[in-house]
Design a protein. Structure first.
Length: 470
């Protein structure tokens, strides 16, 4: 790599590195934000809203019955879940990609009518036996910030992850969906609305038989296209629920934190010019800035921003015309072209000539690179993904700090039920996350540890558990 490119690349690498002091400070800031969110009633404000889920207990593992679950995120998934009442379940499921044309510049009616038609398809394929007279209870996982007012009602606060249908904001999404289900005369009743993080916490609490695993599930977390988490909080710690009527025996509530909004005013979070660049090209500009530094939807775009910058400075891809002289479809101009999945392959390209990076650049993006340029791309990839993994340790260590005293009488480890492509597939992500968690050290001095446990289908199983309780 020539010296100028090396210096510039290392400078960017430095901007992305986070030290222990920062991590500890951020964990403390996160704890303060949790309290602020649990007190403040304005769910639509720009900082961490700590949304009540109206789920007032965690599953015991004994829940029983057949329920439907529908999950809208970057895909639409429909499942039927048969809970066996012994920490196990069977499921049938289908996944339907949501057409891009329905995600933005369209209407909520068009989106929910599409979703209802997929439910119909699902029933035809998997559940011929269900007649009108035996309406199935369904849990709806809606993985966006929602101000919930009951277990089966909630208003969309804002879209994230590339969706933008303004006519839905402020409206009850269950009402929308049920209307389209009824228009097709489907024997389905939505009895619970939930977030994917809440679902994941419930699902893992159900499947984890803590008698045999010796771990206690305390967090549900998503590290995928978006990022967020949920945990169970005591009612006495949620001042904003003071006037709300809840079941008499309720001791606490699962909180959908929407941690993608943590430090949205950027008081302490790192803000490189690449982060600012990415924010500017998203429909929810100015929001979910923590998420935009972490989740799968954005990491590739941060990398593209850094490559474009080096190219503008004539340090990389020197023979290529500047971005402004290239067709709009060219890599350097095309938003969100670099996929996190491609970065995952760059991350572990150990071949002498960096063949994986060379092939992707050449065949997928029509870029001819030198070995030095590929080395630079690999360094940038690793810096961006490592920072993302380190940032993920902040919420986990803050929550563990907050709840650990409640469990000081037992010796069980703290478990995080996880879902998401980044945590599941990105090489080294979990190791970096745990490394940062240990640097912060919320469990220092105890013999407990944190365990990240993948819970495939967590949000669907959780939605079914919510429905079973409704
Ligand atoms: C949404 C959350 C969701 C997370 C993970 C975020 O963009 O705001 O509600 O839990 O993505 O899917």
């Amino acid at each position: 790599m020539d010296e100028e490119l090396r210096n510039a690349t290392e400078k960017i690498e430095d901007e992305f590195s986070l030290d222990r002091n920062f991590l500890v400070k951020a964990k403390n800031h996160f704890l303060t934000s949790m309290d602020a969110g649990l007190t403040n009633e304005d769910a639509a404000r720009v900082y961490m809203p700590m949304l009540p889920s109206f789920v007032t207990s965690l599953p015991t593992g004994k829940e029983l019955g057949l329920f439907l679950a529908a999950d809208l995120g970057s895909n639409f998934r429909v499942c039927s879940i048969d809970l066996h009442g012994d920490h196990s379940f069977d499921s049938k499921q289908s996944k339907y990609p949501v057409p891009k044309r329905l995600m933005k510049n369209s209407t909520s009616d068009a989106l929910f009518s599409f979703l209802a038609s997929k439910l119909q398809e699902f029933l035809k394929t998997h559940h011929h036996e269900i007649q009108n007279s035996t309406a199935l209870k369904m849990g709806f996982t809606f993985s966006f910030p929602v101000e919930q007012i009951a277990i089966d009602r909630g208003k969309l606060i804002r879209w994230t992850k590339g969706y933008s249908l303004p006519d839905c904001v402020g409206r009850d999404v269950v009402e929308f969906f049920q209307k389209h289900i009824d228009m097709l005369n489907l024997p389905i009743s939505i009895v619970a609305l939930t977030n994917d993080t809440v679902g994941t916490l419930l699902a893992r609490s159900y499947t984890n038989n803590s008698e045999t695993t010796n771990s206690r599930t305390v967090i549900g977390a998503i590290f995928g296209t978006g990022t967020n988490g949920a945990y169970f909080e005591k009612l006495s710690n949620i001042p904003k629920l003071a006037g709300v009527t809840l079941p008499g025996d309720a001791q606490g509530m699962v909180i959908n934190m929407e941690w993608g909004l943590f430090d949205n005013s950027l008081d302490i979070l790192p803000a490189t010019k690449y982060d600012n660049f990415v924010d500017k090209v998203t429909p929810n500009r100015g929001y979910h800035l923590f998420e935009k530094r972490i989740s799968g939807m954005f990491l590739g775009e941060i990398l593209r921003a850094a490559i474009v910058d080096l190219h503008e400075k004539s340090l990389i891809l020197k023979d290529m015309p500047k971005a402004k002289f290239l067709p709009a479809t060219h890599l350097l101009n095309q938003r969100f072209l670099i996929l996190t999945e491609q970065m995952a392959r760059f991350e572990i390209d150990e071949s002498e000539n960096l063949e994986v990076i060379r092939t992707v650049c050449e065949t997928e993006w029509h870029l001819t690179t030198t070995i030095g340029e590929r080395e630079a791309i690999k360094i940038l990839t690793r810096a961006i993904s490592k920072r993302a993994a380190y940032l993920c340790a902040i919420p986990l260590s803050a929550i563990v700090t907050r709840v650990k005293d409640e469990y000081r009488q037992d010796d069980k480890d703290f478990e995080v039920g996880c879902v998401g492509s980044i945590i599941e597939f990105y090489p080294g992500f979990e190791e970096h996350l745990l490394d940062a968690f240990n640097k912060i050290g919320p469990l220092k001095g105890s013999n407990k540890k944190i365990i990240l446990k993948l819970e495939a289908d967590g949000s669907e199983v959780g939605a079914a558990l919510c429905a079973s309780n409704a």
